[in-house]
Design a protein around this ligand. Structure first.
Ligand code: GTP
Length: 325
């Protein structure tokens, strides 16, 4: 028995979970298991995906291209033995991962015989690239794009037409145009990536090896059992954003304590939208922050976030936890 695999990679906050969610919501008749790798200690992505499917396995607190590679292979072996087994597996890497390493492991003949890699997909964040063209020179971003059979251009709705045309012209230097598809087009990503065609023939990706994720990025999680004050939280985020690459989490605010909100920060763009109830609905707040190593004073970050916690009516120190690696 063989179970085809789709690998979804892309830079921090590019739109990977959004794409995988779309596959789980529109499975095209397949029973899809998702394996999701969160770089941080809190599995926000797994929670987001569990709202669409219960077949979600979380590998967190490390990176499946380095420290968790063995865990990924063991997880695939376990999924094959599951009763009933899934028809298809989607692996979402963390934004800090170099998929070239993972593709190499998946192409190992023994692994490939049971779980053949059907498509390596890399999500590209149009908005982030338009704001920060230096990303084109980033070795990790380049390796993510080079490793992909198909790239998905996300957040095209956040860039104007002229900006998009300029972006596509530069992207054409990295990937043939027909291999870059729009996230917003109407073809189901499940159908597109789990093709019925012959397996793809891949050339090993060349180029300089990006730094190991753990050497380049660091992450800290912060949580509070109490809700936070919106204005103070916004001001903490505004202070921290210039030093962060990515932050996400579920936060409840004092003015609506029964309504958990999903907070996302990618580059300088922050959004706060209602979180689905279910696994995320735990009250209080929990966040994952990711930065280039040495960029952020983490004690300062924790202090700023602590200051946003509501300490009324008990007037005691906020009850919070900080984990860092
Ligand atoms: N406007 C817009 N927002 C998008 C699109 N795709 C994703 N987003 C938003 O971008 C933010 C990050 O999306 P995710 O799907 O969580 O990104 P990710 O790549 O999984 O993030 P990490 O796993 O942390 O690296 C979220 O706020 C999404 O709602 C898009 O096509 N358009």
């Amino acid at each position: 028995m063989t179970i085809p695999v789709v690998l979804v990679a892309g830079f921090l906050g590019a739109g990977k979970t959004t794409l995988v969610n779309e596959m789980l919501r529109r499975p095209d008749g397949r029973r899809i298991a998702a394996v999701v790798n969160d770089f941080g200690a809190i599995d926000i992505d797994a929670d987001l995906l569990r709202q669409s499917s219960d077949g979600v396995v979380s590998l967190r607190n490390g990176c499946i291209c380095c420290s968790l590679q063995g865990d990924l292979m063991r997880t695939l072996a376990t999924l094959i033995r599951r009763q009933p087994p899934p028809d298809a597996i989607v692996i979402e890497t963390s934004g800090a991962s170099d998929p070239a390493e993972i593709v190499r492991s998946l192409l190992d003949p023994v692994v490939y015989a049971a779980t053949p890699l059907e498509t390596a997909v890399t999500v590209i964040d149009a908005r982030h690239l338009a704001d920060r063209p230096a990303l084109f020179d980033d070795p990790l971003w380049r390796s993510q794009v080079a490793s992909a059979d198909i790239c998905v251009l996300a957040k095209t709705d956040l860039v104007d037409e002229a900006g998009l045309a300029a972006l596509r012209a530069v992207l054409a230097r990295f990937k043939a145009q027909h291999l870059i598809v729009d996230a917003g087009d109407h073809l189901s990503p499940t159908r597109r990536f789990f093709s019925e065609n012959e397996p793809r023939v891949r050339a090993p990706s060349k180029g300089s090896m990006p730094q190991a994720a753990d050497e380049r990025f660091e992450t800290q999680s912060w949580s509070s059992e109490r809700p936070v004050v919106l204005a103070a939280f916004q001001s903490a985020v505004a202070r921290l954003a210039p030093f962060l690459l990515r932050a996400k989490g579920v936060v409840t605010f004092t003015h609506e304590p029964g309504r958990p909100m999903l907070f996302q920060l990618v580059g300088s763009r922050a959004t706060i939208v209602p979180a689905q109830t279910g696994p995320m609905d735990r009250g209080g707040a929990r966040l994952v922050l990711i930065a280039e190593r040495g960029r952020l004073d983490w004690e300062d970050a924790a202090r700023l976030l602590d200051a946003s916690v509501d300490i009324e009516p008990i007037r005691s120190a906020p009850s919070r936890r900080v984990d860092r690696h």
